[in-house]
Structures are given as structure tokens and as C-alpha cells.
Design a binder for this molecule. Structure first.
Ligand SMILES: [Zn+2]
Length: 251
């Protein structure tokens, strides 16, 4: 997603991104995209403070965002996209604050388009929906103990965070190549640049039940069937991230 977005930055925004990410191990949008998740290990204190910034939960039966109800003190993905966008665009802020804001934004614009990060079901965005997934894909080291005889014990949230796209078996940059070959810009569900609307659209995908499997057991057929939707969300996220950065970083 980061790489796809980066391909559609204006030269001015691209130069700003390069200046902000100078000194990063991988100074690109894709290279910093998972930083917000790695805080869990690298900086448990800041992870605890920012944990709720990755998602928004709506009450059952609605996908209409109400800040006071759904995002107290701005501690949800919608509130943080707004806040980090403001920090990034504020030249009076320190370089390091703006750098962190950029890194958060790349991650959170991706998260808000992963439907289960903006859900109105009472299962913690699919984390409580257990799945036995038959897959050839070797899990990462920390999850190896859940992988027995080709079946991975996981949950629907992780299936959407990881398995649907990873099971295609191509690298992120090859993925970006393939998605770049599709017509640009992708068809957007709305022209809105308001993250509350983006979350509402994700929530409606969840609410439509289309992505909830009938069984807790699944295999590659579910992953293959859902991949077009997952890829579409990725393209939409890339387009909106590029637009957001172009608007914020181009003078
Ligand atoms: Zn996240």
C-alpha cells in the first residue's frame, strides 16, 4: 500500500517525504508502514498509549461515526488520522514529531481500510472469531505453535491483516507492480477525504456480513474469494494516502 501510494506522490510531496524519513533504515512509505505495530515490542509504553489508535468500534447496528461516543479523546483510528495529519502539515512542529506523524499516517490509513479495523460487531474486530485455516503458508515464528499439520489456529482479524494477501505468495513490491498496472485512480466508494467516512465504508463491508465465513474452518477458497475485496481496499487506501500527503505536503 505504501509503495503504491508513493508512486503517486507529487514531486514536491515526494521530496518532503524523503526529507522527513532521512535516517530511517528504510526511508520510504512502505519501509515505515509497520513501525506503529513494531512499537509493541520496541517501546511497550508508547504502544500501550497508542494501541487504541489502530481501530474504531461502532455500536451494533450503526456505521455512523460519533466522535464523543466512538472516539473519546481522539483515541481511535479516525481521530488519529485527523490529529497526525494536522501535525504533519504544521511546519512549526519539530522534525521528529512530523516524522512520527507521517509514519503513523501511512499505517493508520491502511488500517482504517482493513474492514475489521472499523467494525460494529461485538467480537473485537474479528479477533474473537476463531478460525482453523488450512494453509501452506508458514506462520511467523511467534505463531509457529499454532500451526499443526498444515492447519493454522488463528482468528478472522489476522486472516484479513495477513493471510488473504500473503497467501498470494508475491512480495510487497511485486504486488505494488501488479496493482500499479491496473487503471489509476481506482474507483472510490466516495470522494470524501474525511476519515470518518472511510471508517463508515469499512464498517458497512463488515455489516453486510459478506466477509464473515459461515464456518470457523476455512482454506484457500475463502482467501481466494475475499482477495479481490482486500486488494480493492488496498488500492483505495493507497489512493487516499497519496491524496492526503499531496494535499498536506505540497506548498
Ligand atoms: Zn495497525
Amino acid at each position: 500500500m505504501g509503495e503504491l501510494a508513493q508512486r503517486h506522490l507529487t514531486p514536491a510531496a515526494n521530496a518532503q517525504v524523503a526529507a522527513l524519513l532521512k535516517g530511517e533504515p528504510e526511508p520510504s512509505l512502505a519501509g515505515v508502514a509497520s513501525w506503529a505495530d513494531t512499537l509493541r515490542k520496541s517501546s511497550p509504553e508508547s504502544y500501550k498509549r497508542t494501541e487504541r489508535w489502530h481501530y474504531v468500534n461502532f455500536p451494533v447496528g450503526t456505521c455512523a461515526y460519533r466522535p464523543q461516543r466512538d472516539c473519546p479523546d481522539g483515541n481511535c483510528v479516525v481521530g488519529q488520522i485527523e490529529r497526525q495529519r494536522a501535525i504533519l502539515g504544521d511546519r512549526a512542529q519539530s522534525l521528529s514529531a512530523r516524522r512520527d506523524a507521517l509514519k503513523f499516517l501511512v499505517h493508520f490509513v491502511g488500517d482504517v481500510h482493513q474492514p475489521l479495523h472499523s467494525s460494529n460487531r461485538k467480537d473485537k474486530g474479528g479477533n474473537d472469531f476463531q478460525i482453523s485455516l488450512r494453509t501452506d503458508l508458514q506462520p511467523e515464528a511467534y505463531a509457529q505453535q499454532n500451526y499443526v499439520d498444515g492447519v493454522m489456529g488463528t482468528n478472522l482479524h489476522s486472516v484479513w491483516d495477513y493471510y488473504i494477501l500473503a497467501s498470494k505468495g508475491v512480495s510487497a513490491s511485486l504486488y505494488a507492480d501488479r496493482l500499479s498496472a491496473l487503471p489509476w485512480p481506482p474507483k472510490l466508494p466516495s470522494k470524501s477525504m474525511n476519515p470518518a467516512d472511510w471508517a463508515g465504508e469499512s464498517c458497512k463491508l463488515v455489516d453486510s456480513q459478506r466477509l464473515y465465513p459461515k464456518s470457523h474452518k476455512m482454506d484457500s477458497r475463502y482467501l481466494d474469494a475475499q482477495r479481490p475485496l482486500a486488494e480493492r481496499q488496498l488500492e483505495i487506501a493507497a489512493k487516499r494516502l497519496a491524496d492526503l500527503l499531496n494535499a498536506t505536503l505540497t506548498d
